[in-house]
Design a binder for this molecule. Structure first.
Ligand code: SF4
Length: 329
């Protein structure tokens, strides 16, 4: 029987899951993904995690609770640095320890450390360590790793073309890579935030779909090319230390500077330390670009659909009227 490897459907799931899935399947292991985020997963996470953890980390605990009794291994790598420049948020780095010290009945946790600053082959070595659990053949691991990298590249290409992670994963499964062009909307918003907040329909209260229903085309972080993010300068003398925070802030600066969107929404999570800086810098930057309306939306354990929808409607209405006034002037 194939060994079952548990993957929590949050955090890195939205960025790297197709790679991990391909790799495991090539080696005959079975990836088991936790259920979609729900009230129960959120409540379980709130109960198990430290009270002062951010909402996404609490949700991670809920996903572990959901999957832990169905698997032989739990994959929670300690991903420190993948670009040689910035590191992941300290709460990401502490995840394997927090999980191991919280749950009593856990399968073996695979918590390989990945830091390309120490070793440029760190990603390959991490996958090699993972692959060794299922085969002794280095050639097979190497072949599976290369195939997984190719799938990841394709996945990121689909995200860049505007597909959501869920839609892109479905495309990979169906092997139908045609993408229907979006119909032109009157308004275009950049919706910026960490992938595990923006693309989790439960905790984002389905914000992207709601905006689409209000006639707004949305652009997310995944659609901003990495070279643009890398080369965008902000008002702070150094890059932000944390990878996703650095990307979100630079994407915001890019849109404010280029003026290619009608509005910018920052979707942030209650209890997020890095976002207390990112959000403030975005707000300060927005004051220099009053023609691009900016709104910050914080999600927490109690975010309600009705309140969020009212705020979105009011924001969209205001931007629409502003744009019409400029066009008629
Ligand atoms: S960046 Fe913020 S939301 Fe993400 S894990 Fe760290 S503290 Fe939580």
């Amino acid at each position: 029987m194939a060994a079952k490897v548990g993957i929590p459907r949050t955090l890195f799931y939205y960025v790297y899951f197709p790679m991990v899935e391909t790799f495991l399947k090539e080696l005959g292991a079975e990836p088991v993904v936790s259920s979609k985020t729900s009230r129960k997963i959120l409540d379980d996470g709130v109960r198990e995690a430290l009270a002062d953890a951010c909402v996404p980390v609490k949700i991670f605990f809920g996903h572990v609770q959901d999957v832990k009794d169905k698997i032989d291994f739990l994959f929670v790598p300690r991903v420190v640095c993948l670009n040689g420049r910035t590191i992941y948020c300290p709460k990401f780095l502490g995840l394997p320890d927090m999980i191991k010290h919280t749950f009593d009945q856990l399968p073996e946790v695979i918590d390989t450390r990945i830091d390309v600053r120490d070793d440029r082959f760190a990603v390959w070595k991490a996958f090699y360590m993972l692959g060794k659990k299922f085969t002794n053949s280095t050639a097979k691991i190497f072949f599976s790793y290369n195939k997984a990298k190719r799938v990841l590249k394709l996945y990121h290409k689909l995200l860049k073309e505007g597909l959501s992670p869920e839609a892109a994963m479905n495309k990979l499964k169906s092997k139908d890579y045609n993408i229907k062009p979006n119909h032109q909307s009157l308004l275009k918003f950049a919706v910026l935030g960490y992938p595990y907040i923006v693309h989790d329909k439960y905790i984002s209260v389905n914000l992207l779909d709601k905006l689409n229903k209000l006639g707004v085309e949305t652009i997310t972080l995944e659609q901003v090319p990495l070279n643009i993010i890398k080369n965008t300068k902000t008002d702070i003398p150094k890059d932000m230390f944390w990878t996703f925070s650095d990307m979100v802030l630079k994407a915001a600066y890019h849109f404010f500077n280029r003026g290619t969107v009608d509005g910018i929404i920052h979707l942030t999570a209650f209890g997020c330390g890095p976002d207390s800086m990112v959000d403030k810098y975005m707000e300060l930057k927005s004051k220099n670009h009053p023609h691009i309306p900016f709104m910050s939306v914080t999600i927490d354990e109690h975010s309600g659909e009705a309140g969020m929808y009212t705020r979105l409607e009011a924001f969209v209405d205001m931007v629409k009227r502003k744009k019409e006034a400029v066009n008629n002037a």
